[in-house]
Design a protein around this ligand. Structure first.
Ligand SMILES: [Zn+2]
Length: 363
């Protein structure tokens, strides 16, 4: 802290959903459960403490038209931070945001490199647009550029067909995902429809974004293989508008998008009930605003997760899944303090009392 005071938080420190401590201290930017021997000032804050929130599907450095400049990227990251999001899994960005890693005041980012899409089968200016013969080489390159993840666009509208269609043949996927795994990276894929999922599963996919196409047949396979989903329900809420916009030219696609939207809560609820790991992602950075993590947690509760489960999808569970610590002795002091218990009502997340990043109060 800039004034040299030791930060002390008293109240209910939610180390895990059931593991609650009475207080913590910040010592040299790290969490400690032991009062430090200090003659200096102590600043005490009271409240309910969660580990820094996780947005597992966010795009920093993008807007609706493609890459944005550093100043805009900084604003996006600050908006996420002030909402309590201190760890971002960036699900694809056309901008080089590596400079953010040198900024103590900005959230930590786990990058998936740049989206990899089939030629003319994704939002313009976002992705490497390639053909299947090049998929494995691109996946390997993005695995090396990123922070342990690679992002594929698994399905998108096929304008000739007038509906969503899978983007990649199974053999190309198998070779590409094996290449990522060789590089120590996990692979996730944007998928709206059911059609793209079996080949991705067979190829060893690690996670699926949106996953609106999950079916009764596919859900047990996801669960058995531990393939996670990041539903991005705040994004799926925009499907009816997208469908209305495409109605005249692509009526089958519009109808398909509406069906996926209508059953979104049932899909996510069934996936969760079957044991599929579900994580919070807002899909900020394309057409959606940053800082929507509280809204997405509330959406998961609507889909049938308990408040504690939905919180875990944005904190304890998400951090473990991404290999990052929570509120452990000696862990970096990244946490958020709330005036009320978020386990009683997740809407509390919308109004953090204090955000602490790398041991410093921010925002
Ligand atoms: Zn996205």
């Amino acid at each position: 802290m800039s004034d040299g005071a030791v930060l002390h938080v008293r109240g209910r420190v939610l180390v895990g959903p059931q593991d609650v401590r009475d207080e913590l201290w910040v010592v040299d930017g790290r969490v400690s459960f032991t009062r430090p021997p200090t003659a200096g000032d102590v600043r005490t804050v009271t409240g309910w403490v969660l580990p820094g929130l996780v947005d597992a599907h966010c795009h920093v450095g993008l807007d609706a038209h493609g890459a944005v400049d550093a100043e805009t990227s900084e604003k996006q990251a600050l908006t996420d931070r002030d909402a309590g999001t201190l760890l971002i899994r960036d699900a694809g960005s056309a901008a080089d945001t590596r400079w953010i890693d040198d900024r103590e005041d900005l959230p930590r980012i786990i990058r998936a490199g740049r989206h990899i899409a089939r030629t003319r089968r994704y939002i313009r200016n976002y992705a490497h647009e390639i053909e299947p013969g090049d998929l494995a080489a691109y996946v390997r390159a993005e695995a090396r550029r990123g922070d342990g993840w690679v992002k594929l666009v698994g399905d998108w509208i096929d304008r000739d067909r007038g509906d969503l269609a899978a983007c990649w043949p199974g053999d190309a996927l198998a070779e590409a995902i094996a290449a990522a795994h060789e590089e120590g990276a996990r692979v996730t894929a944007h998928c709206f429809s059911a059609e793209s999922l079996p080949d991705l599963l067979a190829a060893g996919i690690d996670c699926v974004e949106h996953a609106t196409g999950l079916t009764e047949e596919l859900i047990p396979v996801f669960a058995e293989r531990g393939v996670a989903i990041v539903p991005t329900l705040v994004n799926i809420a925009t499907f009816p508008d997208l469908a209305a916009g495409g109605e005249a030219k692509f009526p089958a696609w519009s109808a398909h998008m509406r069906r996926l939207h209508e059953r979104r809560y049932a899909t996510v609820g069934a996936a969760h009930d079957a044991g599929i790991p579900v994580f919070v992602g807002t899909d900020a950075g394309g057409s959606l605003a940053h800082g929507l993590v509280a809204e997405e947690v509330a959406e998961l509760v609507k889909a049938g997760l308990s408040p504690a489960e939905a919180l875990s999808a944005a904190s304890w569970g998400a951090r473990a899944w991404l290999g990052r610590p929570g509120l452990e002795e000696g862990a970096p002091a990244d946490f958020v303090v709330y005036a009320q218990d978020p386990r009683a009502d997740v809407r509390v997340l919308a109004d953090p009392r204090l955000v602490v990043l790398r041991g410093r109060p921010v925002g």
